[in-house]
Design a protein. Structure first.
Length: 301
């Protein structure tokens, strides 16, 4: 009887240790979703068009408001390997030609910076692109096969406030429960997104005039991408975006709380969270069941 008791006590010990270890993992993974303080975000500093300056300034203040570790990044920084040290690259409204020129000026090949951005995302990085930063198909080297497309049927208006509809299915999952179903925000020659390859995207918001996607997100390799045709980074009636470029427009809405949720999705690994949630929910039951069966078998011998 003494020998059997010793053998039986060995198995419960490692099962208990496994249970404690798996339970300890769960809150650590969940914490990544809500805390952006340790997330390194870099806003691309290139381009000197007034609209580009306003967009990148607003993005910088947006991520600063989120509490993230935010700074600027240049084409030269990217060529020198700076993407390896960050979590998310934010691309403001900028011409793809500008990035090509800055890649060459920094000593790289014409498409080298864009190639490094692609590799960064595919290897697990996050990308946040606005308008020009959302599409690179103006020549033979697109960044994504999900691209901004023109013309946009029944949607018009340049530098105007337009309505968009939030996709109901993502409210309560990717976006907060209190998200408004309709928002007004700045559009600058509005386009819509279309996949020209195999990439499947999630529509975040669409144009009410035609139901076509205005904001989308998708996976690229191991990384995640958010791209938007409208300009949710601007706070037209507030100074907290650091620029007054569009303050003459009347827009009482703020999209920043939505952008925070999207940013959390971009830098989190919710597939892992789901996995460990399942383990946390059912792991205890299975461990107890195995323990019970093991002890009973030992006692019968």
């Amino acid at each position: 009887m003494v020998r059997l008791a010793k053998k039986a006590s060995i198995i419960p010990l490692w099962l208990v240790i496994l249970s404690i270890f798996s339970t300890a993992l769960l809150p650590q993974v969940n914490a990544q979703t809500n805390d952006l303080n340790s997330i390194k975000i870099r806003v691309y500093i290139g381009g000197f068009d007034p609209k580009n300056i306003a967009s990148k300034t607003a993005l910088y203040h947006l991520f600063e408001w989120m509490g993230a570790d935010v700074d600027w990044i240049s084409a030269e920084d990217i060529l020198n390997g700076a993407l390896e040290e960050i979590d998310l690259l934010a691309m403001p409204a900028i011409s793809p030609y500008t990035i090509n020129d800055e890649s060459i000026a920094a000593g790289g090949e014409v498409y080298e910076v864009r190639t490094m951005i692609q590799d960064f995302i595919k290897e697990g990085g996050a990308y946040f692109g606005i308008y020009g930063g959302a599409y690179f198909e103006w020549n033979a080297y697109p960044l994504f096969d999900v691209r901004l497309t023109f013309p946009n049927p029944n949607v018009s208006g340049t530098q105007e406030i337009n309505e968009i509809d939030i996709e109901p299915s993502i409210i309560g999952s990717m976006l907060p429960e209190n998200t408004n179903h309709s928002l007004s925000l700045l559009t600058w020659a509005p386009g819509y997104f279309k996949s020209y390859g195999t990439t499947k995207f999630i529509t975040i918001a669409s144009y009410p005039e035609n139901g076509l996607p205005a904001m989308v997100c998708f996976n690229l390799g191991e990384g995640r991408v958010f791209i938007s045709s409208p300009h949710p980074e601007h706070e037209e009636e507030s100074s907290r975006d650091g620029t007054d470029y569009y303050d003459y427009l009347d827009d009482p809405d703020s999209e920043w709380y939505i952008l925070r949720s999207i940013t959390e999705w971009l830098v989190s690994k919710k597939d892992i969270v789901i996995f460990w949630t399942v383990c946390g929910s059912f792991g205890g039951f299975f461990i107890i069941a195995i323990l019970y069966i093991t002890l009973n078998k030992r006692r019968r011998k």
